[in-house]
Design a protein around this ligand. Structure first.
Ligand SMILES: [Zn+2]
Length: 343
């Protein structure tokens, strides 16, 4: 199957005329899609211009997908959260210490309503082509690796809302140490918010496309992150998702890791009749030899990936997360996009 979508993420804009110039640069770099990051601040402050920017993207020939970037710190990303600023409750809580953490608990009605309103409002107003669920996750744990000696014991979320839900379902107090019931509970609850919101978006406009992008973890006996979306079957099976995507891998990782993650991503997507998407690291780090970008794109294409995406526009140029040669990295990714995109 040919690669039919080449995307790059874009954030920090507010002016239509400036976005237009950047969109033209994306098109010149072989992009046919832009992932428009909409922060909580953008939503509250720049709302009037969001539909105009989407419209401009369409006018220039780009598909425009909205990414509620870092919302509640539930999704990945560097920006701040107004939900956390305005709410001292409804936060994820450490199971072992009981501390409230700077992550919204997405199992509370408070955050679920907030997220639903954010997305449904944009689905009605913005006129975009879909939504991107960007690394949704529980705060802890991550990088559990018993093979390296010792498992990370702490996890989230054991807030009062999660504790009550667990008690109501299982009939005993939510334990502080993770067990199989807790794992099932976390997987099940994690899907609720995305499934319900995706359904609501499609009821507004059935053509809205939903891409769910989860952490690219090995999920083996030795290494499982328990971020809530690490059970790929559960995620890919969601009837309201159209695309199953897994996150960026650092260029320093071995090719075998890229191959393993990509094979399993494509397999999970195909099993449930979804498109697959793989990412290219277009910020912060770059390969020692840029030819690795060409080889990785070839690998993705040969393994049957449907869509390529890169974070982010201009290699993060001008930010603390810029790649050392940000503009050269952006150019090389663009050359690859033009090489493989089948129109
Ligand atoms: Zn909770």
């Amino acid at each position: 199957m040919p690669i039919t979508q080449t995307a790059v993420s874009y954030y920090g804009l507010g002016y239509v005329e400036h976005a237009a110039v950047d969109f033209q640069e994306m098109i010149a770099h072989g992009c046919n899609t832009v992932y428009l990051a909409v922060t909580e601040f953008d939503f509250d402050f720049w709302r009037p211009n969001i539909p105009k920017i989407v419209e401009k993207g369409h006018e220039l020939g780009l598909k425009v997908v909205l990414d509620p970037w870092g919302i509640g710190k539930y999704f990945g990303g560097e920006q701040v959260s107004k939900f956390l600023q305005n709410n001292t409750e409804n936060r994820q809580v450490s199971a072992l210490t009981g501390e409230k953490l700077p992550y919204a608990c997405f199992n509370t009605n408070s955050f679920r309503n907030y997220f639903m309103n954010f997305c449904v409002t944009l689905a009605k107003e913005a006129g975009a082509d879909g939504f991107f669920w960007d690394e949704p996750h529980y705060a802890f744990p991550k990088g559990i690796a018993s093979i390296t000696g010792g498992v990370a014991d702490d996890w989230t979320c054991r807030c009062p809302v999660c504790q009550k839900k667990f008690m109501d379902y299982y009939g005993y107090e939510m334990p502080k140490y993770m067990n199989d019931d807790v794992k099932q509970f976390r997987w099940r609850e994690a899907m609720e918010i995305l499934s319900n919101t995706s359904k609501a978006i499609k009821e507004i406009n059935a053509k809205q496309e939903i891409t769910c992008c989860v952490h690219a973890t090995q999920n083996t006996y030795y290494v499982t992150e328990y971020r809530g979306y690490d059970n790929w079957d559960t995620v890919a099976a969601c009837p309201y998702f159209d695309v199953f995507s897994t996150t960026i891998l650092n260029w320093a990782l071995p090719e075998a890791f890229f191959r393993d993650i990509t094979e399993r991503t494509v397999a999970a997507a195909r099993k449930y009749g979804k498109k697959s998407e793989r990412w290219l690291m277009g910020y912060y780090k770059q390969p020692a030899d840029f030819a690795q970008i060409d080889k990785t794109v070839d690998l993705y294409e040969s393994l049957g990936v449907d869509r390529l995406s890169s974070w982010t526009y201009r290699g993060g140029y001008g930010t603390v997360l810029a790649a050392p040669d940000a503009l050269k990295l952006w150019d090389r990714i663009g050359e690859n996009y033009k090489r493989v995109l089948k129109k």
